[in-house]
Write a protein that binds this ligand. Structure first.
Ligand code: PMT
Length: 317
């Protein structure tokens, strides 16, 4: 598809999408967040900002949605990476799927409210002993990140919300120039039902087998790079289940969408290792296996922060 045709497909995707609720409020929150950390305020001069996308988008099958297509993503990659970016001094816009893994909550059990608390007496509730340190750590770190203005969390559910929000974020971050980074770890749906051809009401099972045509979701990566925020440092992800095709697909994506790096990962080993694919080398990044609680996101973010520093230096010369 040539760039004019792609542009038309992207515009028609946005024109036909249901309007984003709270778009004005989201834009306003972003403006305040970016102003508070950008040079305009004088404070925190030159702080870098990364937009971390996390979790999977849903594809509704009905306008008054009862059923939808979903994917496997837990949001662990995005949540863990957010913690390491904040540790490295970045401000993070965390664009995440509602209900998925959150920064600083990874060491809590699945049902934290019920498992971490107990009645101290008839009226008061207290933290159960085994979870005391984890709960304190979660509250301390999360509050510190939010109150120091380093973490802005924006939730999405559907593919329509995700792409509209990504566009708003990218345009808001344009003023940051090369200080801005995109770290696109969300698992974005490749196929969708256009809003206008979607059934309004619950699809009836009595009508027999369901025959439904899914359209291809236009890849927004090239328009993000070339139009929305052309100076930002962009990292996309490539997920495959077949290791034989993974690196080649990542390398194709790098060139096709003009990404600065592509993080290639395989479904089964994604928590152990990833490969960072760039124009001149492929770098294998592994979790520190000598520690049970280590994350592959720790060395991954360190490497990407380093590459971002080089990019900023080169952009200013
Ligand atoms: O959340 P976890 O369980 O921790 O898992 C993490 C992860 C495996 C989801 C993550 O590491 C990852 O690989 N995310 C990207 C998965 C994916 O959607 O890969 P893809 O090959 O379909 O897409 C490649 C890139 O294109 C992605 O950066 C995506 O943001 C982008 N994309 C995809 C589809 C689309 N229509 N438009 C896009 O822009």
């Amino acid at each position: 598809m040539d760039s004019i045709a792609l542009h038309d497909v992207i515009e028609s995707f946005f024109d036909s999408a249901p309007p984003l609720k709270d778009a004005a409020k989201i834009t306003d929150n972003l403006k305040k967040f970016i102003e508070s950390i950008s040079p305009v305020s004088g404070e925190g001069k030159g702080r870098r900002v990364v937009c971390v996308t996390s979790g999977g988008t849903t594809v509704p099958l009905e306008q008054r949605c009862v059923r939808y297509i979903d994917n496997f993503s837990s949001g662990n990659r995005g949540a863990a990476s957010t913690e390491y970016f904040i540790k490295a001094g970045y401000a993070v816009i965390f664009l995440y799927r509602r209900g998925t893994c959150q920064p600083y909550c990874r060491s809590l059990p699945d049902d934290p409210l019920l498992e971490c608390f107990e009645f101290a007496d008839e009226l008061d509730v207290q933290v159960r002993k085994p979870y005391s340190e984890a709960v304190k750590g979660t509250i301390r770190n999360h509050h510190a990140a939010v109150s120091s203005g380093l973490l802005l969390k924006l939730p999405f559910t559907t593919i329509f919300e995700y792409l509209q929000m990504l566009r708003i974020i990218a345009i808001s971050m344009r003023s940051l120039g090369p200080q801005a980074m995109f770290y696109l770890a969300a698992a974005v749906s490749d196929f969708y039902v256009p809003w206008k051809s979607m059934a309004e009401h619950k699809i009836q099972s009595a009508s027999g087998p369901l025959d439904m045509r899914l359209m291809q979701v236009p890849k927004m990566l090239s328009v993000l790079r070339t139009e929305w925020t052309p100076m930002a440092f962009c990292i996309s992800f490539k997920l495959e289940t077949d290791s034989k095709i993974l690196l080649e697909k990542a390398s194709t994506a790098l060139k096709k969408y003009k990404m600065h790096s592509v993080v290639a990962n395989e479904l089964l080993t994604r928590k152990e290792e990833v490969t960072v694919v760039t124009t001149d080398q492929n770098i294998l990044v592994q979790r520190d296996k000598t520690r049970v609680d280590s994350d592959v996101e720790d060395p991954l973010v360190e490497l990407l922060v380093d590459k971002h520093s080089t990019y900023i230096k080169e952009s200013s010369t």
